[in-house]
Each structure stands twice: as structure tokens, then as C-alpha cells.
Design a protein around this ligand. Sequence first.
Ligand code: IMP
Length: 424
Amino acid sequence: MSNTIVIGAQWGDEGKGKIVDLLTEKVDVVVRAQGGNNAGHTVISDGKEYILHLIPSGILWPGKMCVIGNGVVMDPVALLGEIDGLAEKGISVTPENLQISDRAHLVMPFHRQLDAFREASKGDNKIGTTKRGIGPTYGDKIDRVGFRLHDLVGDPVKFSERLHKRISDCNVLFEGAGMETLDAEESGKELLEAAERLAPYSTDTVGTLHAYMKEGRSLLFEGAQGTYLDIDQGTYPYVTSSNTTSGGACTGSGVPPQKIDRVVGVTKAYTTRVGEGPFPTQNDNLADRFHKMGREFGATTGRKRRCGWLDLVLVRYAAMVNGFDDLAITILDGLDDCEEIPICTHYELNGKKLMLPPASAEDFANVVPVYESLPGWQSDTTGVKNFEDLPANAKAYLERIEKETETRVSMVGVGPSRDQTIVR
Ligand code: IMP
């Protein structure tokens, strides 16, 4: 038995889906422990592209169990849509391969509307959320007024009563803001239908995961978003509302830290971010280049991602707070054409050298990234299968990342397909 956590070292979209897919071969169970359908994990399997939002990507492998843990916020209607979408592509999702924690909090229609309302009322200070209702759902969880899966499937009548009350309270707010109000009857009906279909998946996943571990089965935790969207360690307030760092895998699943054998960090060979907030190494020329190639559009919202050079301050701190054992570097091929590759080694702020990120978003926005320029390799890496066969300058680039982060690079992505990952 060996349990692994996969975590993004940047602002999400690092290509974790592909690394998780690769590691899935050797595990029995794939677990999501935080986030919701704000995530979008793109996996190409047997030439077909799948974008998964809530369901762990292990679902694409026959014989693997997938678990949505207690730390996830789950939109029941969106989840059923995802299950149906997979069925159309020939992937069958049943309680035999998907279990959902009865403690998971549910994203309700009023949470989605509240997300839009709060974003609109922030004006220029908006977060740039995915508008999937994630923040308001976690807010209710912390406020101890949330709706959990066991509430929906266990006592639908009481659930409906609570839902009606919350919707009518929220409608007063929405009406005042000139926004569309919600129809409590319609929402209730839709959710009760969803409850019937979801009931067979709802279970005590903590008990199940511990039983699996006793049997010697291996678990893989599929992180969603990335370290800098973490509610504690990220670029607050421009973050998501969950703990995206490795500790979140434990609290969000009920699997304790001493059962974790390996934490893999995933970082692109450069940096991207969607939504608002500081991004010291942002570079619009690099973004234009990727967008013209049809790359770097968000998997959930289709928004253009902001792009920039690799920021080692971010990856260094991510290695510390997550305890990375090793790193997977994705989309190295994205830099194949570059003559020179700037790499940010540290920041300067008011004449001071910073090796780690500052706490305040204002300071983060004002830091000056200090770069070192490394020579590019200007050759196609998409067909390379072994680390040794990479161009010398590509190897030097990767070794520089290892040195600055004190973490070994164990995997390198050179293209979107399953077989375009070099395992060292
Ligand atoms: P929320 O999670 O929808 O509340 O959005 C908060 C911030 O996290 C926004 O900047 C989003 O763009 C960002 N975000 C949320 N999920 C993802 C993801 O899976 N990839 C990249 N960014 C994300």
C-alpha cells in the first residue's frame, strides 16, 4: 500500500489531471478531497478528450474506485450532468465505481446566485470566481448553516423546508440588487429528483477509505486548484475557499497524515492564472503566443488564462507548505520555441530581497520579479521519451528548478497525451 497526494504548485491548471491519470495505473482508489465543480481536469485517454469537474479522473480507468470526500462541495445537478455526459462517451458511473461522502456540503442554486451577487457588488475588486457557488457554499459550511448530502438523501422533507426559507431570504437580497430571483418550488423539485439518483452513491467514505487501507489498497488524492488559490497559503483574497494544499487532502477525506507516503507537486514549465489577483511574472507577449496556438483557455469557464514566466518564489514556497517529495513539470514543450527563457528566482520589494511570497495582496502586486535568463533549446521535445534524450538546455532548465526548490523532478510532460510524459 502506498498513498500519494498530487497538488498544484501554482494557481491551478498545472496539468494535474494528466499526472493523476498516469499515477492511477498503480493505485486502487482515486479521491477528491476539496473544491467543487470550479475545477476542470482535462484528460486525454485513448485519443478522446474528457473534462472532469467533480468526478475523480480515475473514473476513466476500469476497475478503479473513485471517492468524493467530505471536504468537497458538490453541486448535485452538475454532478448528475457530469455522470450523464460520461455515459454518452461510454464511461459508466455507478456506485460500484463512485462513492460520495454523506458529509459533503452541497452547492445550492442560491449559492451560485450569491456568488454572482457578491462578485457584482465588489466591482473592480472582484475575485473573478468561476461563479459555481463555491465561496458561498464553503461560507455556509464554516458558518454551520450548510446543506450536506445526508440532509438531502436522509430527510428530503426537512431539507425542502430549510431550502425554501433560505431561498426566500436570499430573494429579498437579489430583488434589491435588481437580480433574478429563484423559484423555491422549482429548485426543491429539481433537488429532490437529484436526491433519488444520488442516494445510492451517498455513504460514509471515511469508513470506506479506512477499510480499503486495512486491505492494503493504495489511494491517490487528486488535488484541485493549486497552492496559490489556497484559502490560507494563497494570494488572499484572490483565492478559492478551500485548502488546496496537501493538508486539505487529509481533512477533506478523513485519512490522517501518517498514512500519506508521497506528495507530488505539479507545476507548468511557465506560469498561468485565471481570475483576478497578483501575478508578478505575467507576460502578455507569452500569453498572446499561447492563445494564438489555441492553448491556455480555462477548462471550466473557457476564459483566456493569464500567462507568464516560471516563478520559483511560488514553487519554492509550495514545496515547503505541501512537503513535496518530488515535482512533475508539465508542458515543457510550451517553451520549445523560446530563444531565451527568463526564470524568476526572487522578488524585490522596497529594496528588500524576498525569497518567499509576501502575505498582503498589495505587496504581492508591487513586488518586482528578478529574473535570470536561461538559454532556450529551440527544438521539438514532444517525441522525447527519456530524460537523458532531452536537449541539454532543457535538462539545465529542469535542474535549475530542482536546485531552487530543493525538490527532485521526477516527471516531465512534453505533450497532452498519456504517453507524452517522461518518467525519470
Ligand atoms: P472560485 O473557486 O470559483 O470561488 O474562484 C476563486 C478563484 O479561483 C478565481 O480566481 C478562479 O478563477 C480560481 N479558480 C477556481 N478553480 C480553479 C481551477 O480549477 N483552476 C484555476 N483557477 C481556478
